[in-house]
Every structure is written in C-alpha cells, then in structure tokens.
Ligand binder design. Structure first.
Ligand SMILES: C[S@@+](CC[C@H](N)C(=O)[O-])C[C@H]1O[C@@H](n2cnc3c(N)ncnc32)[C@H](O)[C@@H]1O
Length: 213
C-alpha cells in the first residue's frame, strides 16, 4: 500500500509529540516513561492506519502498545484516529522496522505483531520480507526471553515463507491457523483494515503465533 503524501501529515505529526514520536531513538530503553503505567510492552510493525493497535489498546488496558509505521501520511492517519480515543496505553512511532535495534533496548518488548506485511512476492526481494532471518534476529534482540510474535496475513506465499523462515531460525510454534475467522482463535480477534477488506471478499486469513526459545 503506497499512499500519496498529504500536506497536512507533517504538521499533524509535529503538533503531537505526546502521542507520535518522529525520532524513536531518543526513547530507547525508556519507553515505559511514555505511558501512564509500567506494564508489558507490545509492538506492531507496519500498523498502517492503526485500526488494530488502537483496537488492542482499547481492549487491553493492562498492556502498553506501540504502533510503528514507515509512511508518514499513513502514520498521520493513524495518529488522527488515535487522537480521537485518548488512550493512556498507546504510543505511535513514525519510523522504519529495519531500525528496531536503534529504537528499543535488548529485551524491552514483550510481544510483536506483524499484520498483513507487504509480501514482496519476487524471489530477489525475499530479504525485504519482515520475516526474513535478519529481521527475526532483530526481533529476538529487542524481545524478552521467549518473546512472542503473532502474524496474520491473507497471502499464502508470505505465510509459507514465514513458517519456513521461523522454523529454520529455531522458533517454536504455539499455534497455526489456516482459516482464522472460522476457528476458536477468532473469539478475541481484533481485525486490521486489510483483514476486514480481505475477509469481506471471502479470503481465508492465516495466523501464526511463534516464540523464540
Ligand atoms: C499491507 S499494509 C498493512 C497495514 C495494516 N497492518 C493492516 O493490516 O491493515 C503494510 C504496512 O506496513 C508498512 N511497512 C512496510 N515496511 C515497513 C517497515 N520497514 N517499517 C514500518 N512499516 C512498514 C507499510 O507502509 C504499510 O502501511
């Protein structure tokens, strides 16, 4: 999803440093200070327009959530939505998932979410997939011991790649679902924008939960 840059995006981000951080490196190791309460920290990489991370923050006040998005206009759309909610357990970052080690101290994050990440279907682009082994190494570093990754996608190719990549990395699977919306796992599911769109077309949603050893 590439969104055209909107003129209002930068001023909106600049006007709300209390909710959206533009230079996430300044809070490395100090993220808990950004929240009302010290509690486990969950991170979504590629939050898009923010529906999932805002929904999760509403449903789980006992967890602190951070949503990260690389495209400024998309991040600004998420910011707009989050401003309507006033959630003390939500922070947003406009930044790059490739730089997580610069944003987070080792073991600072308890859980990560990858939702409908760009599939990069061409073989020569495999290194750009967010479950490529170099990304997994970064996630392992910022996650606590036995940290968890939850992934959802409509894309069979990315799902297969992720299963293989995580398995080869030595991760342990807690669950794999080939049709999330027709499973018990769906009971507490919070949908993303992409998920809603694909599910409405009748496409199955794939999900996995995996832990680092
Ligand atoms: C296909 S969209 C899915 C958005 C949302 N997660 C959903 O399910 O509706 C993927 C999003 O990931 C973002 N993204 C891709 N690579 C990223 C990276 N390296 N760091 C942060 N965000 C990234 C894209 O800009 C895009 O908004």
């Amino acid at each position: 999803m590439r969104v055209k840059h909107k003129k209002w995006a930068d001023p909106l981000i600049a006007a709300h440093p209390e909710l959206m951080i533009d230079d996430a490196t300044q809070f490395k190791g100090k993220w808990q200070s950004r929240f009302a309460k010290e509690q486990p920290l969950h991170l979504e990489v590629g939050m898009g327009k923010g529906q999932f991370i805002i929904g999760m923050a509403k449903a789980h006040p006992e967890i602190n959530f951070i949503g990260l998005e690389i495209q400024r206009t998309v991040a600004a759309i998420a910011l707009k939505k989050a401003l309507e909610e006033d959630l003390p357990n939500l922070q947003l970052i406009c930044g790059d998932g490739e730089d997580l080690q610069e944003y987070f101290e080792d073991g600072e994050v308890a859980k990560m979410y990858l939702n409908f990440s760009d599939p990069w279907p061409k073989k020569r682009h495999a290194k750009r997939r967010l479950t490529y082994k170099t990304f997994l190494a970064t996630y392992q570093q910022i996650l606590q011991d036995q940290g968890t990754i939850e992934l959802k996608t409509d894309n069979m190719g990315l799902f297969e790649f992720s299963l293989e990549s995580m398995n080869n990395y030595g991760m342990i699977f807690d669950g794999v679902w080939l049709d999330l919306h027709h499973s018990e796992e769906n009971e507490h599911n919070v949908e993303t924008e992409y998920e809603q769109k694909f599910a409405a077309k009748g496409q199955p949603i794939y999900k996995l939960i995996a832990n680092f050893k």
